[in-house]
Design a protein around this ligand. Structure first.
Ligand code: ADP
Ligand code: MG
Length: 612
């Protein structure tokens, strides 16, 4: 027998292990920047040559290291940040594995200069291939300066795997930005081959985000901020017009750590549903904070993925927070944050977001800012609008006019517009194509989509009826028997309490059979049976849409179903009532699903169109 197993020499073992942590220059950038942040620096400078292939240097003014620590820092599993397994669940620092410096030292040449403010002299260490070449006392400013040179000088195979300078630089910039965005209170600069690429003064979160995304974003960000006992979300989403054709400016940070999460990305996208074209991506920079105990940041060595103890909660919360923000700025349709049932039952989550609480909170300032807004889809002078679309718009017969189809419609948030119609009673309304109602407004005219408008009115009516339990049920002359197929009967049985709360008087009557005694007032006599069947049909369509609760789905279905349709001719009085009711709504400007109910054409815009 021959024994063939042997222990790998340390430096080889380190090189192999380093592969986990340091794949390219940008990995070192991330680790070194994070170390500087963890050291409490208020100023961090990153200096790159040759896209990091020649050198990566990070200079910080943090707490520095003692002589012994400076040497220890390069040992594998050497860290000052955790000392036992429990610490893993209360991590407050960016690093904790104690592997970065050991890894870098295994695959590059490293020079470290560090000094603590309590000392007069600092320490200089030179190390390569995991071997210390030099260690001596030296004069140094407070803080740490660390350089990584000739990455993979001793692992040519890996060096050959590095990409073009442009590609490696892109990675470096990505990492730099991710750290800089997470810590706006710290000054960051990036210099590449002697040229300053970024210079971020310390400032507020918004300032930092604008520094990164570019000045034009200053007026295009909507603030997101929601706090509960369980978690906080803050940050910004771009107004719908900033949505891009490519996935670009999308950032999630969890406890200041940049993460990638397709799941949470979906939550944000869904909050933007119907507000941006299907194939475009919203801009967002969102910071989630929650107790480290409900996180597992240990799943991936480079820590861009994260596991939440309950990701459903985080999903629902993020989605609701973004919806809320958009609604507050009157960009989104409504305040209906319906979370799914098991999430709803959680106290910390349900408090700020359920309808019940919304009701209780109607006196709150938040609710008032929202209800006070009658923000229309204002038409603003827009250089890019082309007149031919104007015609397309009028000719369009379809009931669902979506954003893409409205080049003239630009959404503008954060502005309050009073009810635009100046006098409901004393004006003549014009109905166009039996679909649009033209009405004079205070400073121009508005064009109301009759079906969308009515859908909004009914939606708010049913919501109110649901909560106040006051509904206008009209009793049917004769009870009507409704026989259903088994699946429909089961569904109706399930929905019965909600349906009754909406104003239907309906009861089970033997196997798969129900009697209808009454309906909401807006159901035409003779239509009772049909209206229930339609409701069930629509509800089934909606069923795949998990983001809405039962009640919300029902209300949406029923409002859509009962709304007057496009193509229906209306009398003066009916148009007047429709407009009066629309502008009495909490959110008159959109349908529940986010389509505009009316467009406002302002005088100054009209003047401009006519060359005045
Ligand atoms: P980790 O960050 O996971 O602890 P590292 O290998 O990145 O592991 O760093 C090892 C240790 O070296 C850190 O725990 C810290 O004590 C020290 N250290 C590293 N960089 C710095 C720095 N810029 N300033 C002060 N101390 C540092
Ligand atoms: Mg570290």
């Amino acid at each position: 027998m021959t024994d063939i197993i042997q222990l790998l020499p340390d430096n080889i073992a380190n090189q192999i292990a380093a592969g986990e942590v340091i794949q390219r220059p940008s990995s070192a950038v991330k680790e070194l920047l994070e170390n500087a942040v963890d050291a409490g620096a208020t100023e961090i400078k990153l200096i790159i040559t040759d896209s990091g292939k020649a050198s990566v240097t990070v200079i910080d003014n943090g707490k520095g290291m003692s002589e012994t620590d400076a040497r220890m820092a390069f040992e594998r599993h050497a860290t000052s940040k955790i000392s036992n397994i429990e610490d893993l669940f209360r991590i407050k620092t960016m690093g904790f594995r104690g592997e970065a410096l050991a890894s870098i030292a295994a695959v590059a040449q490293v020079e470290l200069k560090t000094k603590q403010s309590t000392e007069t002299l600092g320490t200089f260490i030179e190390i390569e291939n995991s071997r210390v070449l030099k260690q001596e006392a030296c004069a140094a400013p407070n803080g740490t300066s660390i350089s990584m040179k000739n990455l993979f000088f001793n692992v040519p195979a890996r060096r050959n795997f590095l990409k073009s300078n442009a590609a490696e630089m892109r990675h470096i910039i990505d990492e730099f930005i991710r750290v800089a965005m997470a810590f706006p209170e710290i000054f960051f600069s990036l210099t590449s081959n002697g040229q300053q690429v970024f210079h971020f003064e310390a400032g507020t979160l918004k300032q930092r985000v604008v520094q990164v995304l570019g000045a034009p974003y200053n007026a295009k960000l909507v603030t997101v901020k929601e706090q509960t006992d369980y978690m906080n979300v803050q940050g910004f989403v771009g107004k719908p017009e900033t949505a891009k054709k490519t996935r670009g400016d999308q950032y999630f940070f969890v406890n200041n750590r940049f993460i990638k999460s397709a799941y949470l990305n979906h939550a944000v996208n869904s909050a933007f549903e119907n507000m941006i074209p299907k194939d475009s991506y919203p801009t967002y920079v969102l910071y989630i904070d929650l107790d480290p105990a409900v996180l597992d940041i240990n799943v991936h060595p480079t820590k861009q993925e994260i596991k939440f103890e309950d990701e459903k909660i985080v999903y629902a919360f993020v989605q609701a927070a973004v919806k809320h923000a958009l609604a507050q700025f009157s960009i989104a349709p409504s305040l209906d944050f319906t979370l799914n049932a098991d999430i709803q039952s959680l106290d910390a989550i349900s408090k700020p977001f359920t309808h019940q609480n919304q009701e209780a909170a109607t006196g709150s300032s938040l609710y008032k800012t929202f209800t006070n807004k009658h923000q229309a889809h204002i038409i603003e002078p827009n250089e890019n609008s082309e007149l031919r679309h104007w015609r397309d718009f009028f000719v369009k017969k379809e009931t669902d006019v979506s954003y893409e189809q409205q080049p003239l419609n630009s959404v503008s948030g954060a502005q309050k517009t009073p009810i635009p119609v100046y006098d409901f009673q004393h004006q003549t309304y014009i109905q166009l194509h039996n679909t649009y109602i033209l009405s004079a407004s205070n400073n121009g005219f508005i064009l109301v989509h009759q079906q969308h408008a009515h859908e909004r009115i009914l939606y708010e009516k049913y919501n109110l009826a649901f909560h106040s339990q006051v509904h206008t049920t009209q009793n049917s002359l004769f009870p009507i028997t409704l026989e259903l197929a088994v699946p429909d009967a089961v569904l109706l049985e399930d929905l019965l309490p909600e349906i009754v709360a909406l104003g239907y008087a309906i009861e089970p009557f033997g196997t798969n059979t129900f009697v209808i005694q009454g309906t909401p007032a807006d159901v035409a006599p003779g239509n009772e049976k049909h209206s229930i069947e339609l409701l069930l049909e629509q509800f089934k369509h909606f069923s795949s849409d998990i983001k809405f609760g039962k009640r919300e789905k029902l209300i949406r279905c029923i409002s859509r179903q009962h709304a007057i349709k496009a193509g229906q001719s209306l009398q003066q009085k009916e148009m007047q009532t429709l407009l009066e009711e629309l502008f009495a709504c909490t959110t008159p400007n959109t349908t529940p699903s986010g389509n505009p109910t009316y467009l406002e054409f302002k005088e100054d815009y009209l003047d401009k169109m006519f060359g005045k």
